[in-house]
Ligand binder design. Structure first.
Ligand code: FNR
Length: 408
């Protein structure tokens, strides 16, 4: 159904004047931390917390960062770093830099059609974008928006046929890889969301009205955009308001087992990654089951609180996988130096979640572009400063250039 007011608002916001303003705002951010601060100023607290928050006491959320902080560089000297390369190879194809945009549900809360906006920017850079099962734009709409590399992130649904239909849709739309997330047998509890009364679609009540009204830009943009809901699955239809965790739990299959993995391996013929692995023995078993890649992750500290920090789990998983498939990681990557540390521990690439959502919130697509540009420049600079000219040579240089201090 078309709504003339909404269409006029949306068209006005797509124009060059606002895009120029967003680009200038993005350019004033010189780090991911700056973009987070800008996001905080522009999002209603309820939405900022949905992105920023972690499970329970947020111990793992903080530990993901602290574990990067416990790794220090011991640079090579006089190493001729005049010609540097950020390329890494993934499944016989080059990635322009070792960064992937992680799946994030409901990016539409942050920016209208947030997944489409972010996927376009990533696609122009040749950076893979992972579309979440829980995204606010459909599998097909994101595919139609970009020719860039797209992966589809899958949750195992209670109804196997619902899951199978999602897999088939991703295949029909030509997605390059499937990423099965295995750390959500049920939804973790994010206390910030509970306290804020976070629902889908967001409900403005007494508790959060002031916070929403204090962000008029977000209100105008959201009014011009379609209602935010789960675009890939029925039940997330507009008009029904459901507490986030309740909805997710009603759909996920806590009975999922290795049998389901075998079923999926059979149904999806393309590259299959499994995300949410922290245990080396499980990683080795996944490789034996025929997966094509592992993502070491604790879901950005949003699921099991007190789960081991992702970068602390990385080296053991890399050792167990022993080069048979690429190992990627996410959780707490906020700077190119973090990417370099993860690669020195044997990761092929890092996924980033919150950083690009903060970019979207701060300056829309221009903010996502800024995050990618910052990470690229930071990886490049860090390569020079640690004395390893080639990102793909970091794993071999690992123990020479990295020093662990304290607990990680
Ligand atoms: C996520 N993440 C996630 N993961 C997934 O497999 N499916 C999903 O739908 C979502 N949704 C989601 C929403 C939001 C708002 C966030 C912040 C994260 C987890 C995500 O893919 C990734 O593992 C973490 O975000 C990585 O940690 P950082 O980069 O945010 O620290």
């Amino acid at each position: 159904m078309t709504d003339p007011v909404r269409d006029r608002l949306a068209a006005a916001m797509d124009g060059p004047v606002l895009a120029g303003r967003r680009a200038r705002r993005a350019a004033r951010c010189h780090s991911v931390a700056d973009l987070r601060r800008a996001a905080r100023r522009r999002l209603p607290p309820m939405v900022f917390d949905f992105v920023d928050g972690g499970a329970e006491d947020e111990v793992t959320l903080e530990a993901n960062r602290a574990a990067f902080g416990a790794l220090w560089f011991r640079p090579r000297i006089l190493a001729d770093v005049s010609r540097r390369s950020l390329d890494v190879e993934l499944w016989e194809r080059p990635l322009p830099m070792p960064v992937v945009l992680a799946p994030a549900g409901l990016a539409g809360l942050v920016w209208p059609a947030g997944e489409v906006a972010a996927a376009r920017v990533a696609g122009r850079a040749g950076v893979p974008f992972v579309v979440s099962t829980a995204s606010s734009c459909s599998i097909e709409d994101v595919r139609a928006a970009t020719d860039g590399p797209l992966w589809f992130q899958l949750y195992l649904w209670r109804d196997r046929e619902v899951t199978g239909t999602l897999v088939d849709r991703a295949a029909a739309a030509g997605y390059d890889a499937l990423c099965l997330t295995v750390d959500v047998p049920l939804s973790g509890v994010r206390l910030r969301d509970v306290r804020n009364g976070m629902t889908i679609p967001p409900r403005i009540g007494l508790k959060n009205a002031l916070g929403v009204l204090s962000r008029p830009g977000w209100v105008v943009r959201s009014a011009a955009a379609p209602v935010v809901t789960f675009a890939n699955v029925s039940g997330g239809r507009p008009g029904r308001t459901t507490a986030l965790g309740t909805y997710v739990n009603s759909q996920l299959n806590p009975a999922a087992s290795w049998d389901d993995l075998r079923w999926l391996r059979d149904r999806w013929k393309g590259r299959l990654l499994v995300k949410g692995v922290l245990d080396p023995a499980a990683a080795a078993r996944l490789v034996a089951e025929g997966v094509d890649g592992i993502v070491v992750s604790n879901h950005g500290g949003r699921q099991l609180d007190a789960a081991v920090p992702a970068v602390a789990a990385l080296a053991d998983v890399v050792a167990a996988v022993d080069g048979r498939v690429p190992v990627l990681m996410d959780g707490g990557v906020r700077h190119g130096a973090d990417v370099v540390k993860a690669l020195a521990l044997g990761a092929r690439a890092c996924l980033v979640g919150r950083p690009y959502l903060w970019g979207l919130a701060a300056a829309g697509p221009e903010g996502v572009g800024r995050v990618l540009a910052l990470l690229e420049a930071e990886v490049d600079r860090t390569l020079a400063l640690v004395g390893v000219a080639d990102a793909s040579a970091l794993a071999a240089a690992g123990t020479e250039i990295l020093k662990k201090t304290g607990r990680i």
